[in-house]
Every structure is written in C-alpha cells, then in structure tokens.
Design a binder for this molecule. Structure first.
Ligand SMILES: O=C(O)CCC(=O)C(=O)O
Length: 268
C-alpha cells in the first residue's frame, strides 16, 4: 500500500544534496534492474518497458483520490485536448529558469519509491536516481495528446503510470509515419527511453477506442489471447509522467548522449 509509513521526506530538487557522482556517465543512463528489466517490449524501438500490474486497483484508487483532493495546489491548467498540472520542477520557456512551485507531496514521493524499487533510476547516486518533475495529465474519453518529442530539457528516460481508463500510446517517426502502439492499462507503468525517446515522437490519438495490434500484447495484464482487437476508452484517464530535468551543468552531457543515440539509430 502507499501508506504514510513508506513515505520518505519530500525531495526538494532545489535544496537536495548535490550529487557526488556525475549524472550521466558519458554513454548511458543506469540500466534498469529487476523486476522492470524483465518487461521489455520486444516489438518496439529500443527501449520500451511495460509493467501491466505496477499498482493494485486499491493503490490506483488512492492515488487518484490524492490527485483530485489536491486539485488547488497545483491547480489544473486546461490545454488543447486535456488538463494538466506539474509537481516538482517546471521547465522554463526560453530564458526563464526552471523553478519549483509545487514540490512532490509525500504520496508522490511514495510512488517514486515504488518506481525505484521496481528497478528504475535516472542517474547514479541517491540524489540523481529520482525524477524531479511529474506531469499529471487528465484525458476525457476521446481526448489525446499530439505526437511530440520531449527533447533535451530532460534525461532520455520517462516513466508513465496510468490510472482510470486505458488508451494506446503511439510511437511515430519524425515526419509522421506510425511505428507501433502500446496499450496502457490502468495501474500500468511504461518506461520509454534511449532511441524511442531520442529518435521518435509519441502521442495519443483523440479517439474513443484503440485497435490492435499492440506491441506489448504479450505483456498485457489479461492474457494477450483475451485482449479484444478493439479496446474502447470507457473512462477518464489520468497519467503521471516522471522525468528528470537536465540542469545546465549536465545539459551538454545529455545533449551529446542524445546525439550519440541519433547517430546509432541513423546507422541502422
Ligand atoms: O499521458 C501519457 O501517457 C503521455 C503523456 C506525454 O506524452 C507527455 O506528457 O509528454
């Protein structure tokens, strides 16, 4: 359970201790460890990991209640096709520096503890392992998010926890060609990184149902054989997307990491 007992003191990305080791070792982020390392989506560009039962239904319901009970801090921002709010670092636009308006509340820190316990980390050393920003998106049935790339403001590793309804996240080539779709079930965790982050865009089409094939068929909570060819979106979906911002001192290393990944992808 995501109980108060499992909560550590809130991590403040501004005041937290400076890392003793470099964030990026020059070539790669820390490898995912078990149990997450066993959840590779084989039929997708590297690297996608999908864990269908990351949260129990009870924990998912508790999280949803927390998200909605704190809706005034931060408040929702209405965007085209969805509502969103950010905990932790808000990335500045243009020359505006990043800032923290709403630190992670204890219940969100407890969820981060779960991510780390599942084998996820963003950097080496305790201070860098944790994500420092979480975007909560709320999609009514039929809403989505345009294909986009998250870019060099973040390390190339993103973790998304899905609550409420299901939907398909599509990977799309720059230029628009679809690559594959992964079905995101309520309670699941998707980790997207490396080439899938650096080289492709991702988005959710604004529609009321999603059609097979799903690249993560064999990893779905229900037997893949039992997954219908068309999955209706029946409920509002809320997602929590965790990232780690690249700060000025490490931005160059992250940019060169992205460039290396692009080079590797281009040579295939
Ligand atoms: O809701 C999701 O699963 C995707 C969110 C996303 O791509 C984003 O916020 O950049």
């Amino acid at each position: 359970m995501l109980s108060a007992a499992s909560v550590i003191s809130p991590h403040d990305p501004v005041t937290s201790p400076k890392p003793s080791q470099p964030l990026v070792d020059g070539s790669c982020l820390p490898p995912l460890s078990a149990p997450l390392s066993a959840t590779l989506v084989a039929d997708a560009p590297p690297t996608l990991h999908y864990h269908s039962r990351f949260l129990t239904a009870a924990d998912a319901a508790t999280l949803l209640a927390n998200i909605y009970s704190t809706c005034t801090s931060p408040s929702w921002t209405t965007l085209r096709g969805r509502r969103a709010k950010t905990y932790g670092v808000v990335v500045g636009i243009g020359d505006t520096p990043p800032c923290v308006r709403d630190p992670f509340p204890p219940w969100l820190e407890a969820l981060v503890d779960r991510l780390l316990a599942a084998g996820l980390a963003w950097g080496s050393g305790a201070a860098w392992a944790r994500p420092n920003t979480c975007l909560v998106n709320e999609y009514a049935v039929g809403q989505g998010i345009m294909p986009h790339a998250d870019g060099p403001a973040f390390l190339p590793r993103v973790a998304t926890v899905s609550l409420g309804g299901s939907c398909a996240l599509e990977l799309v080539r720059h230029g628009g060609d679809p690559l594959c779709a992964v079905l995101l079930e309520p309670g699941s965790l998707l980790v997207l990184g490396d080439e899938a982050y650096a080289e492709h865009m991702h988005g959710i089409a604004p529609r009321v149902e999603d059609g097979a094939p799903f690249a993560n068929d064999s990893l779905l909570g229900d037997d893949a054989a039992a997954t219908p060819l068309v999955v209706p979106r029946e409920r509002t979906r809320v997602s929590l997307t965790f990232r780690r911002t690249t700060q000025p001192a490490v931005r160059d290393a992250a940019a060169s990491l992205l460039a290396k990944m692009r080079g590797r992808a281009g040579r295939r």
